[in-house]
Design a protein around this ligand. Structure first.
Ligand SMILES: [Cu+2]
Length: 122
């Protein structure tokens, strides 16, 4: 009888443990998770002559990855000279990791009306 009760107890414990574990995995943020600074990558889509989203707010250490999903060539060029992707053809990507807080504006050198901003906080 003692063994049966122990077995039931262990089975229940295991079931509860697995439920909690699965719940924790399911609720883990997969993008822009401020609680996971080690793996933060924020994606910006380049499409129809716009950066989408045009403004991203991130924490220090976050990498921003731009992807050119447009049929035109574009660039991601910092107004302050901090970063410059050079020409990005369709499907090309460019990544930059922001290690300092501040507000960083950028534009496309080919189409100056295309502008974006990265706001970096501590
Ligand atoms: Cu452009």
């Amino acid at each position: 009888m003692r063994i049966n009760k122990l077995t039931i107890f262990l089975t229940l414990f295991l079931a509860i443990f697995l439920t909690v574990l699965l719940g924790a995995c399911a609720s883990t943020p997969t993008q822009n998770g401020n609680s996971q600074p080690a793996t933060n990558v924020v994606k910006v889509n380049i499409k129809d002559f716009t950066f989408d989203p045009a403004v991203v707010s991130i924490q220090v250490g976050t990498t921003v990855q731009w992807t050119n999903n447009d049929s035109m060539t574009h660039t991601v060029t910092s107004d302050a000279g901090l970063f410059d992707s050079g020409n990005l053809s369709t499907d090309d990507t460019f990544s930059f990791t922001f290690d300092e807080p501040g507000t960083f504006t950028y534009s496309c050198t080919i189409h100056p009306s295309m502008t974006g901003t990265v706001e970096v906080s501590q």
